[in-house]
Write a protein that binds this ligand. Structure first.
Ligand SMILES: [Zn+2]
Length: 307
């Protein structure tokens, strides 16, 4: 194991978990534009973003309608970039009773920033989101799960910015992200226990750690297998599943980026047409709720930090 991984894991402590969580799992949506994804970073330039077709409003309202139909409240981690341009969208999410969290300013991966750049990014985006919704924001999700051991100081900055929790670590092996040695249950990443980390869901099976948190895998895998992975992981850990997706994943009408590498196109476009139907099944088969209510508050209560 690399020395920096060992160093940060030595700093972590498991959080005290409640005897039993409620029956709900956590549903989260990372609100960003279709062109802000890692898959297109070498094809679509950041300078071009302002002139590309914005579809985030239409897509997110679609997600909101599906959630409302199922009577589900979820957590929306929003980019400051979106908050600045579509404040009414964020307001509508908040007013519908969903939790609003922060996904950074413009999807810059954390390990590409130094500490002062990150402070600028996270304080700025949090403020833009809070201005849009007229309320405080407590949850953070790193763009592309890029909270790696090299930038573990990010947790200190999140604490300074007033965040209570982060949901930014994915304990799997993947070509773009992943910290396989991280705990699979909520933990304190630093010794001062200022910010709780709620890692993404991983299922241990066939001697391997498999991602079980939705995302692109939910589109690519048969529904029954995705459901089995999520249910099994939750039984193994005793912690609710953390599901995540993006508004652009269910929009077959979005522009097609033919110049992107084939793997990026495959990951981005496959299964978009079928996603709404799969989500309806998912909403029927599990109870879903906001990340703060289903996981964070129960842990903080068990820790004696909340009444
Ligand atoms: Zn994202």
């Amino acid at each position: 194991m690399r020395a920096d991984v060992q160093r940060v894991l030595a700093e972590t402590t498991p959080a005290k978990l409640p005897d039993q969580f409620g029956s709900r799992h956590a549903f989260s949506i990372d609100v960003e534009e279709w062109f802000q994804v890692g898959a297109f970073e070498h094809t679509l330039k950041r300078d071009d973003w302002p002139v590309l077709e914005s579809r985030v409003e239409h897509q997110t309202y679609g997600m909101l309608a599906l959630l409302e139909e199922a009577g589900i409240k979820a957590t929306f981690f929003c980019l400051g970039w979106v908050a600045e341009r579509k404040p009414l969208l964020l307001h509508a999410i908040y007013e519908a009773g969903h939790e609003v969290g922060c996904h950074g300013q413009d999807h810059q991966r954390l390990f590409t920033m130094d500490r002062s750049q990150f402070v600028h990014d996270v304080f700025g985006s949090k403020k833009r989101i809070e201005d849009a919704i007229g309320a405080s924001v407590f949850g953070y999700r790193a763009p592309s799960f890029s909270l790696t051991p090299d930038v573990w100081w990010v947790y200190d900055c999140l604490a300074e910015a007033g965040f209570t929790y982060s949901s930014s670590v994915y304990p799997v092996r993947h070509d773009h992200y992943g910290l396989p040695a991280a705990p699979r249950v909520p933990f304190w990443p630093t010794q001062d226990r200022s910010v709780l980390e709620v890692p993404m869901t991983v299922c241990k099976t066939f001697g391997r750690a498999l991602p079980a948190s939705g995302g692109g895998y939910f589109r690519l895998l048969p529904y029954g297998l995705a459901r089995w992975l999520m249910g099994t992981a939750a039984r193994q850990t005793g912690v609710p599943t953390i599901f995540y997706m993006h508004p652009w994943e269910s929009d077959p009408g979005q522009p097609f980026v033919a110049e992107a590498p084939w793997l990026s196109r495959f990951r981005h476009y496959t299964g978009q047409r079928a996603l709404a139907g799969k989500l309806r099944r998912l909403y029927r088969d599990f109870d879903w709720g906001r990340l703060d209510e289903t996981v964070v508050w129960p842990v903080l209560r068990a820790e004696g930090r909340l009444p």
